[in-house]
Design a protein around this ligand. Structure first.
Ligand code: GAL
Length: 967
């Protein structure tokens, strides 16, 4: 029996690649339950698999499409860059789990057959990692290229009744060497299987070219096909034979912002094919990317296909969910990282409107462990396989208006094959530019492109002043050409755990230079797999080495598609309308690339201390074209006689769209109109009495522990604190990617996670003041803070001022040059567990950090303590709120505890300590742990990317902050 899986060739027996389309020709889905047996080696169940007589009644059944490792057979594996087999191309180890599939099926009675009825085609939309296929005992062929379709002509082999389709799928094949993407290895027949009737004399493949001329608004339509047909587009009055160009004097162009599709038909012998035509032209001119003659800016995400139960076997509803979530969060572009998606996804992108960078199923990242020796793109043996993947992508997806760029693949080094691929695509489809990031010469790319540059580097790139990539000489032809290219940021803002930070900073730079055509956040969704009890598993949860651990959890959505705070932040950072209030005017900047603001309504409202002040209205924003600014007078709003008066202006959808209801907020801004101090009763006169004895320390309602000097009771509230708190449960980004930016390792090296506290002198300068001196620092070190807590009774409330003065040596001996900065400068209190709710005035409602706070607005919010926790799959710091003016904790039967900042505090409130959070023990400790902090460092995105900018760290210097507590 022939064994194809180690053959580096792409396949045998397959039909030529062609467009994916919908038509009224008969189609039979073969999805459903198939017979299935998993074996340990590539030989599977042996040579009898295709034999129709084989008794498979004892086999398991499995659903198709699916991945067998998610259906109870063997286990999923996750690696980032590593090949889970020895690098010995194109060979694979003997241990090679192999799934044998069998399906019996009949044709419907009316299935056209034989020459007169046309051909019957068997199509697989995706088989991971390869498939060898037999029908009724006849070998049809085999194919590799997991995320691409393949077809066999089965006209001669298929029978009206009692067909036996057999498929052997090896988990590892030569194709796996080309599919080393950072994701789960998920074998199986994971996309649809179908039988298609292809009418005699009909069209098999066709190419739609629908260009748009921005200078006069005209379109040109040309449909070419491999058989004659009639192209009809009723809305345009077009009815032309294939091969004839139809000039349309006036069309509405297609864009992601206004995805105007002209529905039509292509009628050929025996079949009517659906056309969804979008007129648009993509070009690179003057070092910029232009669509329909105008620049575009991708506000993009990298999207893997992922579902926690189904892996990459996504259903249509999930695809729609992704698109709706993207559109609602102002995302306008998708890079199909790192393989062509299910074809339905692209149809939906055409309809809903998303710019698509369609990326080929090619990644050879693991050759990094071979010093790139033998890298497939550089080895002739692989040329055909690489070209085959490219052809199958381009042919399948060529008719989608949403696809504006072809990406040759991801992280596959360089090699001659990329030259061949480039030449082939340019000839086949000159209408779209090409992208490839990893070849430093950029010869095969129409874009300069990088991943994860720092803000400073991005700025230089915008100015076309970047250093040449390694190996490229300054002023060499490659250097000069690259500098002239537009820049596409194919990955940035690694959304692992709590983060990414700096989204607004990146966006500000991306919007400042003409060279930029946009950016794609890494990545859309956490690849967590459903585990027991509602948990999600990552690579490290599977007993297999090597594995990429938690690195698959780096998305803007949690695995179940709940948006993370990072997605809310992205939505604000990339909002397509800029609203600013300046000098008595509201300036509205249209940041869309193609549409005016006619679809939006501008609403304003006034709040005082977060309470609606009863006035508001709408702004009449004059017509404002793409990239233009309109100005309107500031609405008349009074500043309240007490408190903070804020105006909020929102741009909302005026009418419902396909992806969001009317009123959906697209953009907003807030401006403080004024602050008027609250009228408080005057302070009682300062006592001149002598200090009292230290025991039974009391200040009015407040009782202190005489030994520690800590507050233990305030009126009816039993509490303990504060304890100087410089620690936070490290985020994934705090753990960084190496010595350069692994802040948490530095913190732990110097002991910031294990401060010990000493109480020094406790002074009573007068009968309304208590001063507690102390020192906090870790064992083995001199570093720490000298602390002074000054308590004062004021107006029946308790005022606290904290001064923390750094002492000792803050250098990290592991990386001697570094001064370690603490993640937090805060004060921790412990409160009775009966507190259940927090209300606050400040930024909210979601969490906010120094470098991730654009999405938070000023307002009054109330949430249960349990709802303040963000359920990052890997427990880590979360739920902080910057710039909190005041907060109030409440619980049944307990006096409310109120804290006023002076002016602001950061707060977190949880049922567990930071230490328990770090250990992943999210169990009710019976207490509420309340942090009232001077600040916390930003979150950054250093798990894959630059170190956290200095300005978002907590400096080692004297910190002082104050608050008032009252029960
Ligand atoms: C990039 C890569 C992605 C992913 C990311 C880190 O280098 O293209 O696939 O691995 O890093 O999460």
């Amino acid at each position: 029996m022939v064994d194809f899986h180690e053959d580096p060739g792409p396949g045998t027996g397959r039909r030529a690649a062609r467009a994916d389309f919908l038509s009224d020709a008969p189609r039979l889905s073969l999805n459903g339950r198939w017979r299935f047996r998993l074996s340990a080696t590539a030989q599977g169940t042996g040579p009898g698999l295709p034999d129709p007589e084989l008794d498979d009644s004892g086999w398991d059944t499995i659903r198709v499409p699916s991945h067998w490792v998610l259906e109870g057979h063997d286990r999923p594996l996750y690696t980032n860059t590593a090949y889970p087999f020895p690098i010995d191309p194109p060979r694979l180890p003997d241990d090679n789990p192999t799934g044998d599939y069998r399906l019996r099926f009949d044709l419907p009675d009316d299935w056209p057959q034989g020459w007169a009825g046309g051909r019957t085609v068997l199509r697989f939309q995706g088989v991971d990692s390869c498939g060898t296929v037999w029908l009724n005992g006849t070998l049809l062929g085999h194919s590799k290229g997991s995320r691409l379709p393949f077809e066999f002509d089965v006209t001669e082999a298929v029978r009206p009744r009692g067909n036996l389709l057999a498929v052997r799928v090896q988990r590892w094949s030569s194709g796996s060497y080309l599919e080393d993407q950072d994701m789960w290895w998920l074998p199986g027949v994971f996309r649809d299987v179908e039988l298609l009737s292809r009418p005699a004399g009909g069209i098999d493949d066709f190419t739609v070219s629908a260009s748009y001329d921005a200078s006069d608004g005209s379109g040109a339509l040309l449909v070419t096909a491999d058989a004659p047909g009639l192209v009809e587009v009723p809305a345009l009055g077009v009815a032309v034979p294939t091969g004839d160009r139809a000039a349309v004097p006036h069309v509405q162009p297609w864009s992601a912002e206004r995805p105007r599709l002209y529905r039509g038909t292509l009628t050929a012998a025996g079949e009517t094919i659906e056309l969804a035509i979008g007129f648009r032209s993509v070009e690179i001119a003057g070092g910029r990317l232009l669509v329909n003659g105008a620049p575009v800016l991708f506000r993009g995400v990298n999207r893997h296909e992922h579902h926690p139960e189904r892996g990459r076997a996504l259903d249509r509803d999930t695809m729609i969910r992704d698109i709706e979530l993207m559109k609602r969060h102002n995302v306008n572009a998708v890079r199909t990282a790192h393989y062509p998606p299910h074809p339905e996804f692209l149809r939906l992108c055409d309809e809903y409107g998303l710019w698509v960078v369609d990326e080929c199923d090619i990644e050879t990242h693991g050759f990094i462990y071979a010093g790139w020796e033998g890298n497939p793109p550089a080895e002739p043996m692989w040329r055909e396989a690489l070209l085959d993947r490219t052809r199958r992508m381009v042919e399948r997806d060529k008719n989608h208006p949403s696809v504006v760029i072809w990406s040759l693949g991801n992280e596959s080094g360089s090699g001659a094959a990329f030259g061949d691929i480039e030449r082939w695509i340019r000839e086949r489809d000159p209408s779209r530019p090409l992208h490839y990031e990893r070849d430093p010469s950029y010869r095969h790319s129409d874009f300069y492109s990088l991943m994860y540059p720092s803000l400073d580097d991005l700025e230089r790139i915008g100015q076309r002043k970047e250093e040449p990539p390694e190996g490229v000489a300054a002023e060499s032809p490659d250097d000069v050409r690259r500098r002239g290219l537009p820049f596409l940021l194919c990955e940035y803002a690694h959304a692992m755990g709590n983060g990414p930070g700096s989204l607004a900073d990146y966006q500000a730079i991306l919007e400042s230079y003409e060279r930029f055509c946009g950016a794609f956040v890494w990545e859309w969704i956490d690849h967590g797999l459903a585990g027991p009890g509602g948990t999600f598993l990552h690579g490290g949860d599977i007993d297999y080495e090597p594995n990429g651990g938690r690195y698959c959890l780096d998305g803007l959505l949690f695995p179940d598609r709940t948006p993370s705070p990072g997605l809310a932040e992205l939505r604000k950072a990339i909002e397509p309308v800029g609203i600013t209030v300046e000098a008595g005017e509201v300036a509205v900047t249209n940041k869309y690339d193609t549409v005016d603001l006619g679809h939006l309504e501008f609403r304003w409202r006034v709040e005082v201390d977060g309470i609606p002040a009863g006035h508001g209205g709408t702004l009449a924003v004059p017509p404002c074209g793409p990239r233009e600014t309109a100005r309107v007078p500031m609405p008349e709003a009074e500043v309240a006689s007490e408190g903070e008066t804020w105006i909020t202006i929102e741009a909302v959808l005026a009418t419902a769209t396909r992806w969001a209801p009317a009123g959906h907020v697209i953009a907003f801004t807030q401006t403080r109109l004024g602050t008027t101090p609250h009228h408080r009763p005057p302070l009682p006169a300062t006592s001149t009495g002598r200090p009292r004895a230290l025991d039974g320390l009391r200040l009015g309602e407040a009782v202190f522990d005489a030994r520690t000097g800590r507050l233990v009771r305030l009126g009816g509230v039993e509490l303990t604190g504060p304890v100087l708190d410089v620690w936070r449960a490290p985020t994934e980004n705090d753990r960084g990617q190496g010595p350069r930016n692994a802040l948490a390792a530095d913190w732990e090296a110097v002991g910031l996670d294990r401060f010990l506290h000493r109480t020094g002198d406790v002074e009573r300068p007068d009968d309304r003041t208590l001063v507690v001196h102390g020192r906090s620092g870790p064992a083995t070190r001199t570093l720490g803070f000298r602390t002074t807590y000054t308590w004062q009774r004021r107006d029946g409330a308790l005022h606290l001022r904290i001064d923390a003065e750094p002492v000792g040596d803050w250098h990290d001996t592991a990386y001697g040059h570094l001064t370690v900065s603490p993640p937090r400068m805060g004060a921790r209190f412990s409160l009775p567990g009966g507190y259940t709710d927090v209300e606050w005035f400040g930024l909210g409602p979601g969490e906010s950090y120094a470098d991730s706070r654009a999405a938070a607005r000023v307002g009054r919010f109330a949430l249960p303590i349990d709802a303040l926790q963000t359920p990052y799959v890997v427990p880590q710091e979360n739920g902080n709120h910057v710039e909190t003016r005041w907060l109030e904790l409440r619980g049944p039967g307990l006096p409310a505890l109120r804290v006023d900042g002076e002016p602001h505090l950061d707060f977190t409130a949880r049922r567990w300590t930071s230490e328990a959070l770090q250990a992943g023990q999210l169990l009710d400790s019976g207490r509420v742990w309340l942090n009232l902090d001077h600040g916390q460092q930003g979150v950054g995105s250093a798990s894959c990317g630059p170190a956290l900018p200095e300005r978002y760290r907590v400096p080692v210097r004297r910190h002082s902050w104050s608050m008032t507590l009252s029960a």
